[in-house]
Design a binder for this molecule. Sequence first.
Ligand SMILES: C[S@@+](CC[C@H](N)C(=O)[O-])C[C@H]1O[C@@H](n2cnc3c(N)ncnc32)[C@H](O)[C@@H]1O
Length: 305
Amino acid sequence: MSGESDLTWAEVRRAAAQQLAVGTSANPEQEARWIVEEVSGVRGADLVGVELEAATAMGTQRVAAMVARRLAGEPLQYVLGAWSFRGIDLFVDPRVLIPRPETELTAQLAIDEAVRLGARRGRRAPFSGTEAACVVADLGTGSGAVALALASELPDAEVWATDVSADALAVARANFAGAGSIAARVRVGEGNWFAALPAALRGGLRVVVSNPPYVAEPEFADLGPEVAAFEPRGALVSGSTGLESITRIVADAPVWLEPRGALVIELDPRRAEPAVQLALDAGFAEVRVLPDLAGHARVLVARLG
Ligand SMILES: C[S@@+](CC[C@H](N)C(=O)[O-])C[C@H]1O[C@@H](n2cnc3c(N)ncnc32)[C@H](O)[C@@H]1O
């Protein structure tokens, strides 16, 4: 049997776009392009040159299978098995939350806090010493997106990535393995929030960042079918009020942070005010909530000392 199909990659892409247009996709042309890029292994402008060549038979079958999954409502990121976060290519599947654009801001604010407290900034700059200059932690790392952004943009930091879900940590580990030398400074801990960290880190974390579950049980049904049916419930739902995870992290953070350390937490805009109060009650001296790109109160930044 020949390895080539009767169709060119361009024809495969156009057929995929037509099929996707019948489903719920808001952008069938773009989604078809991403699927063909993923399957052909050829991206961006390079695809233009390759598109007139015959597609492989296996590639055509893979595109058809991915289009069928998409038409069944599965999020595009899981269908592709890949997504980008602050310029880092990540593997994602339904064991982890798909990293959201607002979490890029959360990571940015955590990096800014570490730099304000003396860490060196530098995207993929080489590690400058033999010992990490500071230690930061990403609690509830999921795909490892935030931890990898920290490791990539804080070249002298040791980064702890934790999660209570062994499944999520399997995905995070795959992403760390694929990230090259920056992942040499990433450590992994499994467990409930701070309990995943070695006791020796108490009082030694410069920055703690977390995008914890912050959906209240009764709100789960409002999340939309793609989210509710495919993304891990334990990554989304916190408890009956949506504040449970944040309450735990905020209360425990002061004993784990350096005396002037900072906590950065993503939250639901509707719970910004109680979260600020929790941070003040826990002893943080300076507490702010910053807006995301849509203008919604989204990230709590709380500083000790
Ligand atoms: C909203 S997801 C965030 C994932 C990733 N950090 C991101 O921003 O894309 C929340 C993560 O917290 C983890 N998680 C939930 N409860 C936890 C707990 N008690 N301790 C540690 N991690 C927890 C979930 O497994 C999930 O990976």
